[in-house]
Ligand binder design. Structure first.
Ligand SMILES: [Zn+2]
Length: 320
């Protein structure tokens, strides 16, 4: 183990050489790997303070990922989650550390793990989030706030809020949320970064009523998620009745991926029926195909595409 600044957040951390990459144990980002080229890219143009806050929280929430040079741009462009989302993560952290009701948890303003979880740059924004949580009655404090931190107690309102926030949400009509979504269930790290970036783009396209873009991007995201899911156990996927004869899953089309994922109960039945308008989304990319196949794409089709993506996101995001 050698010491050095974490390539992402610059906090002093332990680093170990592993061939062409480093194993990093950072008090803020947690335990992860970073490729030599990614490290060079980060050194060439270091992240700014808020990018660091977002990137370290993101890396920490994913655990043992490898940051490759392809991921650096995505890390740079992570959007800052909403205040509500950040306070919910912090509340979850506090609740997990509360052994008995009413017990307090020490929150130090300089605690690197807490800063990462709440995507804070430092004590100023952490203070702000804590005040917001107190104002919303999610937490209360034991004694006075000091310069070092507070003793936080999760209130009954706070526990109720967490339970409400973590039970499976009921299906609701598509309304793209302003905050980004995380695709923590996707096993392939680089793919996850792409999906999170594309999801943000889908929302912008949806807001701008760019239906064709929504359908193509959502179709691609759905395909990537299902492929990642089925590749966890390719043998099982190949044995499904609806499986095509091709042994290479990456050659399957979206319709095959959907049929097999539904047949194996990996995603909710109904997705197959709902997803009809997007099965041939690839044909939309080329205007010639679009004309030949008479494919329709409008607000309705775009809504359905996004709805399918939301259902997958809901069904595959692990519960507490
Ligand atoms: Zn770090």
């Amino acid at each position: 183990m050698a010491d050095g600044p974490c390539p992402v957040c610059q906090t002093p951390s332990d680093r170990k050489h592993l061939g062409d990459k480093h194993e990093v144990t950072c008090p803020r980002c947690g335990h992860f790997y970073v490729s030599g080229t990614a490290e060079l890219a980060l050194r060439g143009e270091p992240l700014d303070d808020q990018q660091r806050a977002n990137a370290s929280g993101w890396i920490r929430s994913r655990g043992e990922i490898t940051v490759s040079s392809d991921d650096v741009e995505a890390l740079r462009s992570l959007e800052t989650p909403s205040l509500d989302e950040r306070s919910r993560w912090l509340l979850r952290y506090l609740a997990d550390r509360t052994k008995a009701m009413g017990q307090h948890v020490d929150v130090k303003f300089g605690d690197q793990e807490i800063l990462a979880i709440s995507r804070c740059q430092g004590s100023v924004d952490l203070n702000y989030i804590l005040d917001y949580m107190i104002e919303k009655r999610l937490i209360t404090t034991l004694g006075q706030k000091t310069l070092g931190g507070i003793r936080a107690i999760v209130t009954p309102t706070g526990s109720d809020y967490l339970q409400g926030a973590t039970t499976t949400p009921t299906p609701r009509p598509v309304t793209p949320s302003p905050a980004g979504r995380e695709f923590a269930f996707v096993k392939d790290g680089s793919l996850r970064v792409c999906l999170e970036r594309d999801y943000a783009e889908i929302q912008r396209a949806y807001d701008a009523k760019c239906w064709k873009s929504v359908i193509i991007l959502s179709g691609g995201a759905i395909e990537a998620i299902l492929l990642d899911l089925l590749q966890a156990d390719p043998a099982r996927a190949l044995q499904a009745t609806g499986a095509p004869k091709r042994p290479d899953l990456t050659k399957w089309d979206l319709a095959d991926l959907i049929n097999v994922a539904v047949e194996l109960n990996l995603v909710a039945a109904g997705v197959d029926k709902l997803s009809h308008p997007i099965r041939s989304y690839r044909n939309l990319v080329h205007p010639g195909n679009e004309l030949r196949t008479g494919l329709k794409f409008g607000g309705e089709e775009a809504k359905i595409a996004l709805e399918v993506l939301h259902i997958l996101h809901r069904d595959l995001t692990p519960g507490p």
